[in-house]
Design a binder for this molecule. Sequence first.
Ligand code: 5GP
Ligand code: MN
Length: 417
Amino acid sequence: MPQKYKKILYNAPLKSKKLVILRVETKANEMTTIKNVLPEWQIERLEKMLERARSVVVTCHLSPDGDAIGSSLALCGVLRRLGKYANVVLPDQLPLNLRFIAEEEIRPVVYSMHPNHASVLVERADLVFCLDYNSMHRIDKLAEVIEPCRAPRILIDHHEDPETELFKLWMSYPEMSSTCELVYRIIVQSGWQRHIDRFVARALYLGLMTDTGNFIHDNSENPELYYIVADLLRYDIDKGELYNRAMNTFTENALRLQGHALSKKMELYPDHRVALIVLTAAELEEYDYHKGDTEGLVNRPLSIPGVTWSVFMREDKRCVKVSMRCEKGFRVDTLCARYFNGGGHELAAGGDFFGPMDDAVAVFHRMLAELPAPVACDGDNDEIFEKLNIKTDIDNEGNKDTDTRHGGDSVDAACGM
Ligand code: 5GP
Ligand code: MN
């Protein structure tokens, strides 16, 4: 994780062989330094697969966030400039605050609204990219066409434990801040920098910004990230405008809903240092809820001193959507996986509960009962995970004890490449 990067950066003088100096052909024609973290064979494999493809589809997860849509649009933009017939296919519609980016140069095709158009694109594709998700479960009904498609699939993602058997090539980097960071690195390592323009730079910045909470979350500690930001800023992107549109735009109803949630629905459990917010379908209806209206709400209780873990449950049509956030030293991805059919990242995770809200809340209480209280957040939580029999296989530097996490190729990996 970031610590590992720090070590490399701080221990190695800039001109050491450990750092590959990459020339980024910016308008200013300057140099930037980022480490070449993707193995060359992955880049070569990607290029080979692309060479053979004319028609390409880029997909991302359900309820796309800034990273999902930003990485998809950026990759699609670069692929078009490489001469491909490239399109973005989304499982469902974007939240209101992110629609602006999808109304600019590339208009995504939304499967839930235009299933025929989306299906034809996927069926005719020679190559399918899967961005910012690690399993078919994350694309909902779009899986019906992505799973049986004839085209090989390439995974580009930063979530743990991808369903690797589904992909011909997987590029899985959980230690990266965002899929946008990964796409930027792929672009640079593939020598496609000249295809970055303002549209691509804006899309990439959007994902870097939203997945890091505007560069606040712990996943934004790698200093290299700011070289990437520095490069993107050279394309005349207005980061204030992007922040305001994507992260600081709420309707009056949405703001009042969040106010209601915090003032009337937030329950604190001091023994476990956790906060729970539950919003029922009736409450959502009262405030004319739209997708994205509760964005960021789950983070709010973490601003209370002593609250180190936050859970938000929202009663959607098909399930209770669960979101969790925590401070460093604890992890919620394993809890979401164990109790709520979900997963995600150590500090930001989610899941689905299929059943009534009361039952979901009961599972929350069972989870607390099974967690030794108080939940410490100032050290590592091995003891808690041991009691829960949750395998973390993460060492103190946040590195998984296996090298295969960076992905590979379904054939070559089996051959030990
Ligand atoms: P959010 O709370 O913003 O919906 O999601 C936070 C993170 O948790 C997402 O970036 C995603 O990685 C993960 N996540 C959210 N919902 C699910 C889910 O249902 N299943 C899995 N596996 N991960 C999820
Ligand atoms: Mn992401």
